[in-house]
Design a protein around this ligand. Sequence first.
Ligand SMILES: *Cc1c(COP(=O)(O)O)cnc(C)c1O
Length: 467
Amino acid sequence: MCAAPTPNSPPLAGGPSGPAALRPLLDTVLTALHDGAVTRGGPLPAGGPDAVAARLREALGEAIPDTGTGADAALHTLVHTLAAGAADPADPLCAAHLHTPPLALATAADLAASALNPSMDSWDQAPAASALEALVTQALAAQVYPRARPDAPLPDALVTTGGTEANQLALLLARERHGAVQTVVGANAHHSFHRATWLLGLPEPVTVPTPNGTLDPVALDEALTDLHGPLLVAATAGTTDTGSIDPLPAIADLCAAHGADLHIDAAYGGPLLFSDTHRTLVTGLDRARTVTLDLHKLGWQPAAAGLLAVRDAADLTALTHTADYLNADDDTEAGLPDLLGRSLRTTRRPDILKTAVTLRALGRTGLGALVDQCCRLAQHLADLVDKAPGLELYERPTLTTVLFRPTDADDNAVAAIRRRLLTEGRAVLGRAHEDGRLWLKATLLNPHAGPGDLDTLITLVEGGTDR
Ligand SMILES: *Cc1c(COP(=O)(O)O)cnc(C)c1O
């Protein structure tokens, strides 16, 4: 017989007694998060990589001690150190990347996902979670692909780790439809397309130059005219560097004329769909065969929260795969849902839970209001740059990205400003090459940022010490 568990075996998170075990641990975690943020006192820790690594090394001590410290000490020390050393997107001056400040409610939902730990590769590991995923992915797919006619194909969406995996899956589905498909991208497209073709054994993407920041229909037409064999055009709705949106309807028309498939990478711009004010910016999204979405950007989810929407769920049969222990044919015939074909991963977190909670809590218009707020912030920052005599604006923002630089500075000076602010722990700004020059990039995803924060950002870039 197996021995009874020892009294000091660490408690589990699930079951009726899990929450009681979690409560004091969470208290420790929440205190450490608070104190760590106060210790940091800004958007990121000061001192640069060596100083941060040294503080971490000291706090960690031995990573694998012979005898453990116990839960409370380990949680307190490491969570505090991580928080004190974080680049925290909840700070309005942490605005380099599409690195979102997660909503508290989504983060709370994610805790439940960890406690219950459903695994999305078979029904017997995730009975309710798999049903929830089916309903919410269909609802999200319907946002992308509203069905005009009852006989239109049924759309669906797969949950991914992000835009990279979603783009990869889109190329894989195209390869399964056509064989060695030629991908055509704009120079403004995400780097993941190049890796995806490399991984999938496809020809390298043909890159159409985008001197004006977006895929030019005339240049695309020429490229498609010159190419032969099966083609997949990947357009972008919200580029990573500037937030620009390719002219989707014109690109869709060209794809139709040339018999090319269309994929749209809307990792950044997809959530414009939730906004009654801004959704026309992504008109034409539904003309793509597949659409990448990323709710860990303009969706305020903790990573990971990617999706690949497909216009026709039948396209997903290419991913069908059987493993006897997960989806035996007789189990499937007896009515157990077959989940293995919904991802290339096997064990998979129920990432849909936090998204489902967010969608239900805020509603479409609630999410749309957050999108609108971040778009307004970007316009305001652009106004401030316009008014600052020493600064130059790259262009009026389309989404929530603002590119600017000091007038007359050379690229080295621009890069040095970014590194100075990082090292001082004062602001996290990104960088982007456009127009043959280097620009500072502010990606505004924090709906709680205010005009005063943007004033501070301008002052810091101008060399002041407002903070
Ligand atoms: C962020 C981004 C991606 C990659 O998404 P990950 O979630 O980081 O994998 C792909 N395409 C675009 C346009 C993006 O902005």
